[in-house]
Design a protein around this ligand. Structure first.
Ligand code: K1U
Ligand code: ZN
Length: 180
């Protein structure tokens, strides 16, 4: 298995639409397993393929908290086939927007159809944190970040902060190379 690099915003690769997976073959199942390992290592509760630079409609999630046994799910081509009219506000974070958290409103309950790691079609009902994570990860497949659901003012503040951090880390690396 392998740990993959997670792309940090702002980055044009996070704004593109991912392509449908034709078939979950051995290579796709290995990618899913690597994404799961990368997510646990981060640590996080979800990860979408565009976040590791792969423009395919693949997400992994595990909403299990603290000492609960792991409950990983790997999904290709997830589709929301029903969502509740009732919405809920939930604090969201993103491994591509490190240390930034904001409340986002989304449907509270969803029904999702997807293809699993064995290329089997499955349908699940999700609510609570699982529904939030699946919707957040599915947004990544369409180039949407959680900051696209909040006010423009807050979004620009967050993106400016991340741009500054990126510039600081690149200039730090440049200084290290120059003084080596
Ligand atoms: O980057 C991602 O898409 C993963 C993201 C998923 C998510 C979290 C919260 C609400 C919606 C979607 C994360 O996992 S951010 C990290 C995080 O929430 C977390 C990290 C360690 C333990 C528990 C949670
Ligand atoms: Zn995210």
């Amino acid at each position: 298995m392998a740990l993959l690099d997670i792309i940090v915003a702002p980055d044009p690769r996070l704004k593109r639409k991912a392509s449908t997976v034709e078939r979950v073959d051995a290579a796709t199942a290995k990618l899913m397993a690597d994404m799961l390992e990368t997510m646990y290592d981060a640590p996080g509760v979800g990860l979408a393929a565009p976040q590791i630079g792969v423009l395919k409609r693949i997400i992994v999630v595990d909403p299990a908290r603290d000492d609960a046994p792991p409950a990983p799910m790997m999904m290709a081509n997830p589709e929301i086939i029903w969502s509740s009219e009732e919405t809920k506000l939930h604090e969201e974070g993103c491994l591509s927007l490190p240390d930034e958290y904001e409340p986002v409103t989304r449907p509270d309950r969803i029904k999702v159809r997807y293809v699993d790691e064995h290329n089997e079609i499955r349908t699940i009902d999700a609510d609570g944190l699982l529904a939030v994570i699946i919707q957040h990860e599915m947004d990544h497949l369409d180039g949407v970040l959680f900051v696209d659901h909040i006010s423009g003012l807050k979004r620009n503040m967050i993106l400016r902060r991340l741009t500054k951090q990126k510039k600081m880390s690149t200039s730090g690396k440049r200084h290290a190379v120059e003084s080596a």
